[in-house]
Design a protein around this ligand. Structure first.
Ligand code: 4NP
Length: 163
């Protein structure tokens, strides 16, 4: 396959809790569908507080326990206007993230979407709740939402991009 990869960026506020899980889970679904060569996948945060930091221990733990994946090597980065230009799809974890990203460009962009718009169950259009500072159950809940919505998002992309 020689067509250029589809670039997908997941983003939240800190890039240490939710979007690292979204990046890892989406990559997991992509690999399961043997579509690895068709995608470039990344994550970021609208805030700069945690730039360079590894994912939160709560996200590292849930990824290891539920997926057997080690996400501890990821490092947080801040979402930039360059990202908004370079990525085909930028996927916000909540509506506040989406507003912050729109402020970066001063315009609404068609490539900005909300993860829970791909919710197969109740809760479409809602937020992935921020688990920062919460207990393991908060991270379990995030995992469940992000797992099913990234799967649904990939199905959408497969149709949209004719994969
Ligand atoms: P995230 O969680 O956006 O899912 O990475 C947060 C991490 C840090 C902060 C807020 C949310 N913070 O305020 O530092």
């Amino acid at each position: 396959m020689n067509s250029s990869p589809i670039r997908v960026m997941f983003f939240c506020l800190g890039n240490i809790c939710r979007s690292p899980l979204a990046e890892a889970l989406f990559r997991y679904h992509v690999e399961e569908q043997s579509l690895t060569d068709r995608f470039e996948i990344d994550s970021s945060g609208t805030g700069s507080y945690h730039v360079g930091a590894p994912p939160d221990p709560g996200s590292v733990r849930v990824a290891r326990e539920r997926m057997g994946l080690d996400i501890s090597g990821q490092r947080a980065q801040q979402l930039s206007p360059d990202h908004l230009r370079a990525f085909h799809y930028l996927v916000a974890m909540d509506r506040s993230n989406l507003r912050n990203a729109k402020r970066l460009t001063g315009a609404s962009q068609a490539n900005l979407v909300l993860l829970r718009d791909f919710e197969p169950h109740d809760g479409r259009g809602g937020d992935v709740p921020d688990p920062w500072g919460g207990g393991p159950d908060h991270f379990e809940k995030v995992y469940d939402i992000v797992h099913r919505c990234t799967r649904e998002f990939l199905d959408y992309l497969c149709q949209q991009e004719r994969l």
